[in-house]
Design a protein around this ligand. Structure first.
Ligand code: ZN
Ligand code: ZN
Length: 185
């Protein structure tokens, strides 16, 4: 799947937000400073002072984004994405600030940060659903993990969020096979 870099940004924001509520590592968005760092990593422009209330709104958003990854089918995922687009009042506008090439902003820079992120993330996930289908929005197959990912593999074969989860499951499967062989002799 090939999107432009700005669409990729929306997808990455969605994935990082959902995974900031981690089963293994706890809450990776514990305070306003962590939210500011996340916004900087994703080059979100024009961020002013952040409040505890805004942090709460972003935390609520990640729960809703997770439900898109966990949706039972494309129709359900589409409905959840559409709800976010309506609520964030996404209105595409071309922009070329700070010497960047022309790209789309979906909300104004003075909109509340949770709505800006909601619009970016929803547009990114909308592109995934449209181009690749909702099945590409997946949850890690490792029981200890619940991180989500977008499967961009050609044959939609990816099962784990990361190499870490893939490797430890390969190791576990290998050990289980060896145990099975040992007991069957
Ligand atoms: Zn921009
Ligand atoms: Zn994982």
């Amino acid at each position: 799947m090939n999107f432009d870099s700005y669409t990729d940004c929306g997808i990455e924001v969605a994935v990082e937000l959902v995974n900031s509520d981690s089963r293994e590592d706890g809450d990776l968005l514990p305070d306003v400073a962590a939210l500011r760092a996340l916004l900087q990593r994703h080059a979100v422009s024009g961020v002013g002072r952040l409040t505890a209330q805004e942090l709460g709104e972003v935390r609520a958003l990640r729960t809703r984004l997770r439900s898109i990854f966990e949706a039972g089918d494309d129709a359900e995922a589409a409905q959840l994405i559409n709800e976010l687009l309506v609520e964030s009042r996404a209105l595409p506008q071309l922009s070329s600030h700070d010497g960047e090439p022309w790209h789309l902003h979906y909300t104004s820079r003075d909109a509340p940060i949770a709505l800006r992120l909601a619009a970016e993330a929803a547009m990114g996930l909308a592109a995934v659903l449209r181009v690749g289908g909702g099945e590409r929005m997946s949850t890690c197959a490792d029981d200890r993990c619940r991180d989500v990912f977008v499967d961009a593999s050609r044959n939609r074969s990816r099962r784990f969020c990361s190499d870490t989860c893939a490797n430890r499951n390969n190791v576990a499967a290998h050990r289980a096979r060896r145990r099975a062989q040992a007991t069957s002799v």
